[in-house]
Design a protein around this ligand. Structure first.
Ligand code: UDP
Ligand code: MG
Length: 315
């Protein structure tokens, strides 16, 4: 039998009074089962992070803790957001391995066992990946596909069809805490940690109760955050456009001059054309150059770790 480690399951909760009682029951039963199977030790716990809920979420968590001390709670002072709630849980809990899972249990908790086995095989990051997107609407399915394609195009490494259902080792969480950025898009930060990782596959179920906390507008903003926090490609694109338009305006100016010299233009046209083409090219080019500096600042202000050591021998 493998050594049994402490597991902490982190569950972000925002107005989840409808789903929480069942989630608490399911996860607690799973915790007991995994302890009995000696896959995790008896110090293993479940941490519910109340992200400024306005309903009875925190009351339910408090009551659960009274009945079972291994069910713990962290309550944030207001609604900070899903990603922030996950970090609050991860950085304020001691464990050997951490699993983050949504409170609505759309992600299948039965694959948690596979994740732990994979951790015991030496993986420090185990991504929960959705096998298919049948439970999603046509729009969500295709917009997600487009998003993954776009992110790949602009050089952001993402695990397709993986959201925030994952296992992280203690070492991986420590490495993640070196990423100091406030603009959080964890699914793009985690692959940057490196370390040995693998995927486990599951079918995502529809929400059993309550409403999604990610309506369309919030989803789009989250996607934009992912682009702007991880890629300076849109800024470099402006520079390239500037170079291209400058070249084009130079050609246009030559053409205008030729028209003027051959006398086939009306008075004022050539000078006006030259000024417009020259300045539009130069303006976009200069915006691009400023963009290049902003891109450098963008990288610097993040204060990301310069490197993360995986193994060391000797020394
Ligand atoms: N959540 C949170 N804070 C927020 C929004 C959501 O903690 O501001 C939690 C929510 O309670 C759930 C998880 O994040 O546990 C994912 O939210 P949801 O299930 O509504 O997203 P969807 O599955 O619809 O993308
Ligand atoms: Mg959900």
């Amino acid at each position: 039998m493998n050594r049994a480690n402490t597991l902490a399951i982190i569950v972000p909760c925002f107005n989840e009074e409808e789903t929480l009682p069942q989630t608490i029951k399911t996860l607690n039963e799973l915790r007991k089962k995994l302890i009995n199977q000696q896959l995790i030790n008896s110090q293993s716990k479940i941490i519910f992070v109340n992200d400024g809920s306005k309903d009875k979420t925190w009351k339910i968590i408090e009551q659960a803790h009274q009945e079972e001390p291994a069910l713990c709670g962290i309550s944030l002072s207001r609604n900070f957001g899903h990603q922030e709630a996950l970090l609050a849980g991860l950085y304020n809990t001691q464990a050997d391995m951490y699993i983050t899972i949504d409170a609505d249990l759309q992600d299948d908790p039965s694959v948690i066992k596979k994740m732990i086995k994979s951790y015991q095989d030496g993986n420090e990051i185990v991504y929960g990946v959705r096998r298919c997107r049948d439970s999603d609407s046509f729009f969500k399915r295709n917009s997600a596909l487009l998003f993954y394609k776009l992110m790949k195009l602009i050089g952001v490494e993402l695990v397709s069809n993986h959201a925030d259902f994952r296992l992280l080792s203690q070492r991986a969480v420590a490495a993640m805490s070196e990423f100091k950025e406030k603009n959080l898009f964890l699914r793009a930060i985690v692959p940057l940690i490196g370390y040995q990782s693998c995927c486990v596959y599951y079918n995502r179920k529809p929400r059993t109760a309550g409403q999604t906390k990610y309506p369309l507008a919030k989803m789009v903003l989250f996607a934009l955050k992912g682009v702007s926090a991880f890629s300076a490609v849109p800024l470099h694109f402006i520079t390239l456009c500037g170079v291209f338009i400058s070249l084009l305006s130079f050609i246009l100016m030559c053409w205008t001059l030729w028209g003027y010299l051959s006398g086939s233009t009306i008075i004022g046209w050539a000078s006006l054309m030259s000024v417009i083409t020259f300045f539009s090219g130069i303006t976009i080019l200069f915006i691009g150059i400023i963009g290049e500096y902003i891109a450098s600042i963008f990288v610097e202000v993040k204060k990301r770790p310069t490197y993360i050591i995986d193994k060391k021998i000797g020394g």
